[in-house]
Design a protein around this ligand. Structure first.
Ligand SMILES: Nc1ncnc2c1ncn2[C@@H]1O[C@H](COP(=O)(O)OP(=O)(O)OP(=O)(O)O)[C@@H](O)[C@H]1O
Length: 667
């Protein structure tokens, strides 16, 4: 007698809502049905271990996914625990369907922002998102259990009767609706299975009933009972004719006759049932880690190093985090952290669980204890989730500080790659910052990597509690040379992140001043000037200021005249530290194309070297024919070595340079 029933869900409202909910990842039913099969097998395995059931020796636990594009169906077949009729009634008719109802009630008013992590909690019912009709054929593992056939058209009414399934386990067949036919395409199926099921604990085999059968040839001794032989291939012995010493020819056998078998291609599981993160770190080789990285992230560049997370208490968490090799010019600074729940993929980069700065890394995290059937906003406020996230942060900091202490050579080597990550971490996470503080490095002019303490110590004599830094090696090359000549040191802080990071450093180290290398010319470059000298120069300074202001048509130009030790330097531009930072901020916050000088940035000073011959020439020939041109040229040269010229000034500079050369040529 067939049992029929209907659901108390109102079908008019459930489908539009659930379909909308699944709009972004409606492939998720694959994961739900495969993981139900995997759970059913895990349960049976447990019964075997407990001695309540005995696994037949020749049984291989597996899940088969069979696509049929002619019939427009997908079949999920497991040899797990199966269900009796009472169980189908309870688990499917009541629980699965009522789960759908609860879900509907809870989330019907929610928008996409409040997505449920990984969409857990709907399980079997998700089949109806893609299928018009679903059938279940199941048979419990229990002795003498009767098979059950269940079917439902549309997911609101069902029919259940005794079925004809012979082996224990469950087969679920989805008759896809017209909008979702893509899912019975074998390649699409493989793609989805690889996304969600790559590391599930039970072997998953995908097959396509409409595909041409595939074969492979094996050696005779490789044949196993599971193979289906289609043909026996007899390879004849191979012979060769050789010439004996006495000149006679002889035929010898080089390889004997042998038989090979053409067999049906052996199925290959789509998943790896024992992912590397589950193994003990001592059992994993460097090659294992690198291979796993390549396979999961399809990144041909080798990772720098990695952290194997392995925690049982107070919560269960396993995973591997890789520090990727960054190519700052081309790669966006975005990594991928894949989150799993008992080897079932949930989603990438769930920021509620994984600290934001760790998203620059690549890795996998499997945390079976995560409460995933709640919304994202609830996760954010969950104390347990916070503990997980703190644990991961701590482990990462420990790895880095450990390496700094015991393997400084490599740490120095990695610094160029890992520093954006560490700096971002310092800005984002106070606890991380605290731990990592003493392991932050600065690359100096000699290319050595120093900590802040080391840096201050080395330069104590020359510039106490001051750190000069370079933000752009090319633009600041003139200053770098001056620093080198004077035996001064500076550090490279040239990444985008360094701009906010300098602010952070100053905040943390109140007594240390951080100055951009072009912010002011240090006294070390200057000759000592007595008060009398200053008095004597005063008129010249005024004259030069006026000359340059006039020549450049810049009334407010700041001009400073210094006696620089290096008399080859004629002119330079310095930008006060405050103005430079202001400009950086402008760059970050103003619209592209907006001129930052509109906001009163500037703060430039033209420094002229009193010891330079050209400067002296200008002073001696205030009304000379070329004086104006020289003034302009000196300014442009200073601006060029400081950065760049505006398009107008560049055009003028090129024209003027040509004219000056002509003057030289005509002399
Ligand atoms: N392939 C299967 N073999 C045996 N029992 C199954 C199978 N699929 C589903 N069930 C039973 O039906 C129940 C309901 O399944 P459903 O997928 O809706 O929810 P769930 O797996 O319990 O939870 P989740 O919502 O997290 O998936 C399961 O708990 C299980 O007892």
């Amino acid at each position: 007698m067939a049992k029929t029933g209907s659901l108390t869900i109102n079908s008019e409202n459930i489908f539009p809502i659930i379909k909308k909910w699944l709009y972004s990842d409606h492939d998720i039913f694959y994961r739900e049905l495969v993981s139900n099969g995997s759970d059913a097998i895990t349960k049976l395995k447990k019964l075997d271990v407990m001695g309540e059931w005995q696994k037949p020796d020749d049984l291989e636990f597996k899940i088969e996914v069979i696509t049929d594009s002619n019939e427009k169906t997908i079949t999920f077949k497991d040899n797990g625990i199966g269900m009796t009729m009472e169980e189908v009634d309870e688990y499917i008719n009541q629980i699965a369907f009522s789960g759908a109802k609860d879900f509907l009630e809870k989330y019907k008013d929610k928008t996409n922002e409040d997505q449920i992590i990984g969409h857990f909690g709907l399980g079997f019912y998700s089949a109806f998102m893609v299928a018009d009709k679903v059938t279940i054929d199941t048979k419990s593992y229990k002795e003498g259990a009767a098979p059950v056939h269940w079917e439902s058209d549309g997911g609101t009414e069902f029919e259940m009767e005794e079925g004809d399934k012979e082996e224990f386990g469950t087969t679920i067949k989805l008759y896809l609706n017209e909008d979702c036919l893509e899912f019975c395409n074998e390649y699409r199926a493989r793609e989805v299975l690889e996304k969600y099921c790559s590391f599930m604990p039970v072997a998953i085999y995908l097959s396509n009933v409409t595909a041409e059968p595939q074969y492979e040839t094996i050696e005779k001794e490789e044949l196993t009972e599971k193979d289906t032989v289609v043909e026996t291939i007899v390879e004849e012995a191979k012979t060769e004719e050789i010439e004996k010493e006495n000149g006679e020819k002889e035929t010898v056998e080089v390889s004997p006759a042998k038989e090979k078998y053409k067999i049906k291609k052996r199925p290959v599981a789509v998943n790896d049932t024992n992912p590397l993160w589950n193994k003990h770190p001592n059992d994993c080789s460097e090659e294992d880690y690198k291979g796993f990285y390549r396979k999961v992230f399809h990144d041909y560049k080798e990772p720098l190093f990695w952290i194997h997370l392995n925690m049982d208490y107070p919560f269960n968490l396993k995973g591997i985090l890789y520090f990727p090799k960054l190519n700052l010019n081309y790669d966006s600074l975005e990594g991928t952290i894949k989150l799993y729940n008992n080897q079932v993929f949930i989603a990438d980069n769930i920021k509620e669980v994984i600290p934001e700065f760790l998203m620059l890394l690549k890795g996998v995290i499997d945390c079976p204890d995560l409460p995933l059937n709640v919304s994202r906003s609830a996760l954010q406020n969950d104390g347990f989730v916070k503990k997980i996230s703190d644990y991961i942060t701590k482990k990462v900091a420990d790895k880095l500080t450990g390496m700094f202490k015991t393997d400084r050579e490599n740490y120095d080597k990695y610094w160029a790659d890992i520093n954006p990550f560490i700096k971002f971490g310092c800005l984002k996470d106070e606890k991380f910052a605290e731990k990592i503080n003493d392991s932050i490095l600065f690359k100096n002019l000699e290319g050595k990597y120093l900590t802040l303490t080391e840096c201050l110590e080395e330069n104590k004599e020359k510039h106490e509690n001051k750190v000069f830094y370079i933000t752009n090696e090319k633009e600041q090359s003139q200053y770098i040379n001056l620093f080198k000549e004077a035996g001064l040191d500076a550090v490279y802080l040239t990444e985008n992140i360094d701009n906010p990071f300098v602010g952070y450093l100053e905040q943390k180290n109140e007594n240390v001043k951080f100055l951009c290398i072009n912010s002011d010319l240090s006294d070390i470059f200057k000759e000592e000037v007595t008060e009398e000298d200053k008095e004597a120069m005063k008129a010249d300074v005024e004259a030069l200021t006026e000359l340059f202001r006039k020549a450049l048509n810049k009334e407010n130009l700041e001009v400073k005249v210094e006696k620089l030790k290096n008399d080859n330097v004629s002119s330079m531009i310095t930008v006060s530290e405050e103005s430079r930072r202001m400009q950086e901020m402008m760059k970050m916050y103003t619209m592209p194309g907006m001129d930052a000088s509109l906001f009163g940035a500037g703060g430039e000073t033209l420094v002229l070297n009193y010891n330079n011959k050209l400067v002296q020439y200008v002073l001696g020939h205030k009304d000379g024919t070329h004086t104006n041109a020289i003034c302009e040229q000196l300014y442009d040269l200073a601006a060029l070595s400081h950065g760049s010229l505006t398009p107008e000034r560049m055009t003028g500079f090129i024209a003027r340079s040509n004219e000056l050369m002509l003057v030289m040529a005509e002399e």
